[in-house]
Design a protein around this ligand. Sequence first.
Ligand code: SF4
Length: 420
Amino acid sequence: MFKLNAERSDVTWDQALRAARPAVANALEKVLEGRDLDAADGLQLATVTSADLLALVKVADELRRRVVGDRITYVVNRNLNFTNVCIVGCAFCGFSRGPNSPDAYFHSPDKLVAKSVEAVEQGATEVCIQGGLPKDLNGYYYVDLLRAIKARLPQLHVHAFSPMEIDYGVEKTGMPLGEYLLMLREAGLNSIPGTAAEILDDDVRGLLSPNKLKVGRWIEIIRAAHGLGIPTTSTMMYGHIEQPEHWVRHMLLLREIQRETRGFTEFVPLGFVHYQTRLFQRGGARAGHSEHEDLIVHALARVLLNGYIPNIQVSWVKLGFSASLACMEAGANDFGGTLMEESISKAAGANFGEYVSPSEFRALIRRIGRIPAERTTTYQIRNVFEHPTVDEQLPERAIPIDMPILNTPEHHAAEPAIGY
Ligand code: SF4
């Protein structure tokens, strides 16, 4: 268990509040009274240490309890990455390949339908689909894929295509954004990953991924989707070149969008995994997210988004189990998705990656005294596991932070399962 948490788990939120500096305590009292925090409050909280950090964590945990109770939710899903070929060249991405790379791949709709069928047979309620952006992509590939999956599995929730991919589809087809989204929705798109957000600041984006869509376009696509009744998630990548003020501005921007649209289902902080990335190798970034940052970012999200986005998700693949559980005690309430891809591979005799089953998730959740519940993508509860079942066992191995399954498109690297 996370050291910071284990040492201080017996302190109550009001005790912690009394030990904090006045400026920090005032901001936390404000949010406890149901008032929105502003940028100055956010910056105050984004840079806390020691007793102030403990107060932030404890108050975030208390807000989580008041808003969503003691359940920790998860979704049973499968990630489908249809291609790793990409022309965008983000400096933080360890996933993309050139078209002639020996390990480049591009899956047909038929293959992805077959994988979706396998997923449903193993209990999945969602497939999460994203991929690279190949130069010669047919702009109608996304819609063909949706139609193929829905023709076979009409009930399956398809959570797919980041704003970057939507933008690419619009560019390739020449269709107006609204019409393109409508076409996807009619073909069966149920929700969109709010990835490709990284940090919503064009100066930071210029250093991370100059070829990626700008902040204004990301917002335009998200607003258009919400306007058409297509919900999205929201994400933020931290632990690279950004500073605490960027976290605050990013979260407040999401809050403003949510105030208007109510279309975000959740917020997912994504710790930057620096291994095998140009961004880190050329000396332009920190060595990934720290435990201190993990706690602050998740707790900060709970307090800044209070009243707007009720679900704060941990990306357990990036954080590992110990830090994920610590963040669950610092404001987070959702474990994201299961690694269906790995379970099927293992069932087929493969010996790679890590497999974490829903029952292992539930065992982890019980370690911190909370109640596991399986949900749908849009947070309808499917099953609450009030009492332990005989199959609940902790995973045998910890998740190493650089395990092979991280080799997935970073622009979706959040959310359920492998991330995105
Ligand atoms: S993060 Fe996504 S868009 Fe950027 S290079 Fe990787 S696959 Fe391409």
